[in-house]
Ligand binder design. Sequence first.
Ligand SMILES: Cc1cc2nc3c(=O)[nH]c(=O)nc-3n(C[C@H](O)[C@H](O)[C@H](O)COP(=O)(O)OP(=O)(O)OC[C@H]3O[C@@H](n4cnc5c(N)ncnc54)[C@H](O)[C@@H]3O)c2cc1C
Ligand SMILES: NC(=O)c1ccc[n+]([C@@H]2O[C@H](COP(=O)([O-])OP(=O)(O)OC[C@H]3O[C@@H](n4cnc5c(N)ncnc54)[C@H](O)[C@@H]3O)[C@@H](O)[C@H]2O)c1
Length: 443
Amino acid sequence: MKVVIVGTNHAGIHAANTILDNTDDEVVMIDRNSNLSYLGCGTALWVGRQIDGYEGLFYTKREDFEAKGARILMETAVDSIDFDKKIVHAVTKDGQAIEESYDKLVLATGSKPIAPNLPGKDLEGIHFLKLFQEGQAVDQDMAREEVKTVAVLGAGYIGVEIAEAAARRGKKVILLDAMDTSLSNYYDPEFATLMDENLRAHGIQTQFGEMAQGYEGEGRVEALVTDKGRYEVDMVINAIGFGPNNDLGKDHLELFTNGAYLVNRRQQTSDPDVYAVGDCATVYSNALQDTAYIALASNAVRSGLVAGFNLAGQDVEHVGVQGSNGISIFEQKLVSTGYSVKSAARFGLDVDYVDFEDKQKYPFMPEDENAPVKIRIVFEKGSRRIVGAQLASTYDMSATIHMFSLAIQQKVTIDTLKLTDFFFLPHFNQAHNYITMAALQAK
Ligand SMILES: Cc1cc2nc3c(=O)[nH]c(=O)nc-3n(C[C@H](O)[C@H](O)[C@H](O)COP(=O)(O)OP(=O)(O)OC[C@H]3O[C@@H](n4cnc5c(N)ncnc54)[C@H](O)[C@@H]3O)c2cc1C
Ligand SMILES: NC(=O)c1ccc[n+]([C@@H]2O[C@H](COP(=O)([O-])OP(=O)(O)OC[C@H]3O[C@@H](n4cnc5c(N)ncnc54)[C@H](O)[C@@H]3O)[C@@H](O)[C@H]2O)c1
């Protein structure tokens, strides 16, 4: 069998490795970029000089796939697919048109940053932050002496992380968002405002509840204008979310409401010979118990594995996802899974919640290794199954969210959690720990 994979980043890589490790199939991988496996999560760490450089942000290379027998065509853009004849049409970097036939096709074309369609959008100094090359452009622009003020449009994950990086580079940073807090897609205001206070405590100016209306400048951006003000800036980074890159299949495949390729639990699209994985495809949300779109590398990796196993002849169903995520900015850490109270309402879930706050360890433990942890557990009224959790602390409590992720996947109720066995050792936690104490509040 011949499998063609379009897109060789996280999702495509994991599909390819799974097929190559489990079959003798012919695998052809095609990508328009010159690099593969770039961990975008490291861009802010590198731009903010928290790590030495970008070299470690690539975890595999084309030679690794060639060694396993794959053919890999980089800097080759697929421009169309004949789904009836099962032929992929592409153009190499030298402009040569090529064709690849397939028995099975994997679309792993990822996502595109949403581009604000505002006056002045083509001025110099306005950036996006998805590709490695875009990270390099941001890094180089920030190195310029004249760039003193950086505006970041969108206070989601990318925006907050790059705002921290710019502040660490000594820039004055203005972080703007249409919503009233940062990270509003992931956290309720009681948690998001902890991040907002943390950002402000580190000198970042937050302008929330403002809609950008245009960029101004002569050749290069000089100001960002919103419905509430005009901000003089030397550089702008746009980070208002991702949308699925469905260019190749949108006229042939069934799509989700946002344009993502609709896939079943085996990553198969409406065309049984075409699989879609990663940010270009839908996921099954266990919190929602329905199809959803959640662009995360963690989802891309797992969906690639599921498609790979199925193409390798193993019948594997995706268990679904919770959209578990985390962020660590200066000292503040936030992790969440499933839905917040706010996002549950947006998705039509009728929920209740419990809150608790306590120190991670007993107060007799050294102060510098201890800190308060705030937790919220969200559960569905009626079924009482857990559908979300959020934690905030300066202490690294991040691993706790894995348990909540599994709880949502397995439909654990808030009542089960009340008496669930959690180990206790003073070095780590308290006997009446904040998970138990929060769950016990549920009426
Ligand atoms: C700055 C940043 C930080 C992030 N941090 C995190 C994080 O901490 N945790 C997390 O889980 N997620 C994070 N993400 C999200 C994560 O990077 C994405 O969810 C992930 O990259 C999706 O992987 P993918 O393989 O589906 O798609 P992509 O990474 O978008 O890759 C798609 C590939 O397809 C190729 N392609 C597209 N069209 C064509 C075509 N026509 N022909 C040939 N090739 C094509 C592209 O060149 C690309 O290589 C972050 C993203 C960014 C930008
Ligand atoms: N730590 C992580 O897990 C991590 C890090 C980076 C990126 N990612 C993922 O990558 C994807 C893209 O990240 P992102 O930060 O671009 O998206 P996001 O959805 O996290 O945030 C987008 C933000 O832009 C705001 N916004 C939207 N339209 C706006 C407008 N017109 N004006 C002002 N603000 C506007 C939204 O309110 C939101 O806060 C997401 O799926 C994200 O989860 C994850």
